[in-house]
Design a protein around this ligand. Sequence first.
Ligand code: COA
Length: 698
Amino acid sequence: MKALFEPESIAVVGASNDERKIGHIVFNNLIQSKFSGELYPINPKAGEILGYKAYPSLTAVPGRVEQVVVCVPSTLVPSVMEEAGIKGVEAVIVITAGFKELGKEGAKLERQVGDIAKKYGMRVLGPNCMGIMNTHHKMNGTFTNIHPMSGSIAMASQSGAVCSSMLDWSTKSRVGFSKFISVGNKVDVDEADLLAYLKDDPDTNVIGMYLEGANRGRELMKEAFRTTQVKPIIVLKSGRTSSGSKAASSHTGALSGSDKVYDAAFQQSNVIRVNTIDELFDLLQVFANMPMPKGDGLAIVTNAGGHGVMAADACSDYGLKLASFEKSTIEKLKGYLPEAANVYNPVDVLGDATAARYDFAIKTVMEDPNVSCVAVLLAPLDTVDIKAVAEHLATFGGKVSMPVVGAFVGGTKTNKGIELLHEANVPCYDSPDKAIRALGAMVRYKKMKDASTDTTPVVINGDKDRVKEIIEAVRRTGRTSMSESEGKEILRAYGVSVPVEITAKTPEEAAQAAVKIGLPVVMKIDSPDIAHKSDVGGVMVGVSSEEAVRHGFELIMSRVRSRVPGAALNGVTICQMVKGKEVLMGMTRDEQFGPVITFGLGGVFVEIMKDVAQRIAPLTKHDVDTMVRSIRSYPILTGARGGKAADIESLKDTIFKLAQIALDFPEISELEVNPVMVGDEGKGTYAVDALVVLRREN
Ligand code: COA
């Protein structure tokens, strides 16, 4: 990776004297950026390019070549790679397009490039990329005509278009980059590799990323987690993984779309995900320029009540608290500000506020122990000297003890103030919401990082042999879908509690079973062909007499026979009726990330409510804790409105068991337990239903 970011010699294959050609632009950019190492233009026809002696091939270069930038048409790339390998090149950047993005033939060519790189032990960035910049190494090996300032943001993008937008934004916002990487098709180097390098890069304080999809999901998570222990990562993720649109036969499958998997992956690795390019810009700006807050208390200083109220409203949306000032802070503010000023948070320094009044208020609230960050709001009232306030705020650039951001809300008048602040590296936005969102992201990152000290996954020892037997038996019948009883047997083998149940083949057997188990009972159709029993009239709950059980048997069998003709019916299962709060648990397998565990509010409205959370196994206690707490209906479990608290510990324990089954048996492609009944505290958790689907063989 060092050869990619800090080479001492670079050869540009396809460098040209034709100013319109990419090979010319790349070579010229390297010269313009004042690259201090050796530069070699490679072109079989030219004698000299931009004052440098040209060589007909890489092997003709007399000295060592550490890095090669390839700018020749795609069909020539494999031969250039071979030559680079023979020359002992360490890193190759393939700018050329026309590979897997074009289909089968392109993909074949790309594989060839990857294979040659492997053969010679070279790292490859691209193909189909814009190149790489390292401003601290005076290296711009891209074909953009924008030379960004040097700074502390490393940006990696899977899209060339996003690269150019980011670079253009950086000149307007006066934001500097440490590294700028266009990753392209990722035949070799991907985001996980980049994070492993950037984590230890002393010139990088924050990493931004535009991601369409990961090649190695688990590696990305691992490197992201390690990196976020040291510096923040902000990701704008779009697009979908190839597994995303796969038809899934369980609710869990439908609920855990591929994009949700990324949410889980980012959450578990403390990565901040943003949804728009604006948000990416806004967050990078604050992370790059301001120190981390120590807590979540926000002070607002404003010259307009309305903006103050909007900022205060935004606090709860972005996880900030409006700080309560100490008495001494209030007294100090009272002593200086006019009588009409509001000295409580948000501090209103009034419409005629001078820069000195802002200054006093900001410095005073920063001394308050309950304040960890400050938002300075300004409305362009005729009475305010925007330039003077901006000049004053600009003095906070690079030397504050806590994050201070501006929100100058307006247009023509306020823009000049915003520009002035950007020049001084003080983030300033055009709305209170954006300012609070940026500060909120800092607080969120800090909280996530501080809370994720627990990195050891929970391991459960289940009866693997028993599960193997069940899987083999199901395979022998040619099925991939298990019956409910087979599914429950698997759960039992891992210590998951399931209600007592007996399968009856006749109404009389059903009545006897109900008496044995104890009335009332639940009756369910037993069929390997039916995934959602209640949808086809295959479930009766609270059946409380022998007669009702006999009748129920007939009813269920006839309903299912008419609604699902041809389904194999083993009979009706009579189950112990367990009480509790209904939740759902499940597992789907993602191609990139592995087992994705879903937890949420259960019941028949699950797909409408979509109150679920996902995590990727293996799971730590912290993962499961945050997953369970994150659903909207969590207060129902803790005993909202005088209700009893549910047995949350046994619920979590069941999640770990499910995750372990998924980890131990990759041949299980989907698993759903819906409903799971969580009893009152100390009463345990029961898997009332089980749906297990095996991966198709070959
Ligand atoms: N070694 C070195 N130079 C060679 C060569 C070789 N084996 N074979 C040809 N060249 C020279 C050419 O003679 C030419 O130089 P010249 O101008 O002096 O004649 C130069 O290399 C470039 O080759 P050319 O055939 O003119 O290609 P091009 O410049 O028109 O296009 C690419 C090459 C790589 C730019 C083009 O194929 C491409 O992929 N463009 C898209 C790039 C892109 O969008 N990437 C993704 C961004 S996100």
